[in-house]
Design a protein around this ligand. Structure first.
Ligand SMILES: NC(=O)c1ccc[n+]([C@@H]2O[C@H](COP(=O)([O-])OP(=O)(O)OC[C@H]3O[C@@H](n4cnc5c(N)ncnc54)[C@H](O)[C@@H]3O)[C@@H](O)[C@H]2O)c1
Ligand SMILES: O=C(O)C(=O)C[C@@H](O)[C@H](O)[C@H](O)COP(=O)(O)O
Ligand SMILES: [Zn+2]
Length: 368
């Protein structure tokens, strides 16, 4: 069965997120509808050997001869260097303003290829074909594209919405369980933000999805895309409500940068710890009951995800973490913005944050 979720808002062209099994085979016909002059498929060194042939074959059947651009797998490819490589290959391929980029991969490829599409000749069409759970439920939807620098996550980027998202559930069969769980963290985040019943299902009966159960995964992909589509439709450029989707990210991104964007910590794992910390900090401020923070933590742990600094093989320094948090895109004049919660499903955005108190909290959490 195929489900289509429309992402629409006043400020951008609406598009569909199509979720279902075996969808990759339909890429060619769907791409053809956009009448592209040329097509490149951007992928990574792990996904390419597994799925690029099927993507290229589908395009070929539809009469589209596409070129493949492969970057090394991993977060390090969200860099100026790889961005330049992709853009240069696009120019060498003779692409023009009517050409199309297909992002075939996880969030790294979606963010890198999406930014390449946003920059090339000031913006050309792109299709997201997300191949990780994380990319299907989160990064392929909403138009945030970016690269990292040593100073922070996603600091260089653009809002550039895709023309279509093709989420083929079958592609997830080759995904290692660590990456399935990593995507589950963003799924749990959606429940924690605004849907307590969804969170209960995710941490109870639905928890098998975090181990790769196809039925539970499909349900979670659809519900999470619905939640994300609605938020993005209301606030594309994060003027207000969209910041809720950043629950756990002010802490999480700081952890990722401190670790050095290596394999020690995936983005989803950082978000898992970050969400648990945001709930504990909310409880510490008396904004939510301690029992709610404990329930949030249990749900995250039930998916085999980390919730504490001690779960990460890295020694964190509290002052360094705080400095990273102050460099977050939501900060204004160095003043922190945090996403906190009154309870599960009741997240809110606050600028009323005392940095000295956050520093004490980070020390209580185990940072030196
Ligand atoms: N733009 C957004 O709104 C948004 C949202 C969430 C996360 N992100 C970004 O997404 C990135 C994380 O994405 P991710 O977790 O997908 O990481 P990723 O793209 O690095 O993929 C994780 C690993 O899985 C491999 N892989 C991907 N698909 C596979 C498949 N089907 N079978 C086997 N292996 C496969 C990849 O090669 C990689 O090694 C981060 O950079 C994060 O900042 C962006
Ligand atoms: O789409 C959004 O908005 C999000 O915040 C989703 C996040 O899961 C994602 O990691 C996003 O890339 C973070 O955005 P950033 O603006 O904090 O870099
Ligand atoms: Zn995220």
């Amino acid at each position: 069965m195929t489900t289509s979720i429309r992402v629409e808002g006043g400020d951008f062209r609406a598009y569909d997120v199509v979720v279902g099994a075996g969808l990759l085979a339909s890429l060619g016909e769907r791409a053809k509808a956009l009448k592209p002059t040329r097509v490149v498929v951007v992928t990574d060194s792990t996904v390419g050997p597994l799925h690029a042939d099927a993507a290229l074959a589908s395009l070929k059947t539809a009469g589209i001869q596409a070129e493949q651009i492969t970057v090394p797998a991993g977060e390090a490819s969200k860099s100026f260097g790889e961005l330049e490589t992709v853009l240069d290959r696009m120019m060498a391929a003779g692409m023009d303003r009517r050409s199309l980029v297909v992002a075939l991969g996880g969030g790294v490829i979606g963010d890198l290829a999406g930014l390449s599409a946003a920059l090339f000749m000031r913006g050309i069409d792109f299709i997201q074909v997300p191949t990780t759970v994380l990319a299907q439920v989160d990064s392929s939807v909403g138009g945030k594209t970016a690269i990292d620098t040593a100073r922070g996550k996603n600091l260089i980027g653009a809002f550039h919405q895709p023309r279509l998202v093709l989420a083929d559930i079958d592609i997830l069969k080759t995904l290692p369980v660590r990456q399935v769980r990593s995507g589950w963290a963003e799924i749990l985040k959606h429940g924690l933000i605004c849907d307590a019943a969804y969170f209960d299902w995710l941490s109870g009966e639905g928890a098998v999805g975090a181990e790769g159960d196809a039925e539970a995964l499909a349900k979670a992909v659809i519900r999470s895309v619905e939640i994300k589509a609605q938020v993005v439709g209301e606030d594309e450029k994060e003027a207000g409500r969209r910041a809720l989707l950043n629950l756990g990210h002010t802490f999480g991104h700081a952890l990722e940068v401190e670790v050095g964007f290596d394999d020690t910590l995936t983005h989803g794992e950082a978000v898992a710890v970050g969400c648990a910390m945001a709930f504990r900090y909310s409880a510490r401020l008396g904004l939510c009951e301690a029992a709610q923070a404990e329930r949030a933590e249990q749900g995250i742990r039930a998916a085999g995800l980390p919730t504490r600094l001690a779960d990460i093989a890295h020694a964190f320094d509290a002052a360094a973490l705080l400095e990273r948090m102050q460099g977050d895109k939501k900060a204004e004049g160095g003043r922190l913005t945090l996403i906190l919660a009154h309870g599960i499903g009741q997240a809110f955005v606050t600028k009323d944050v005392d940095a000295v108190d956050v520093l004490s909290f980070l020390k209580e959490e185990g940072a030196a």
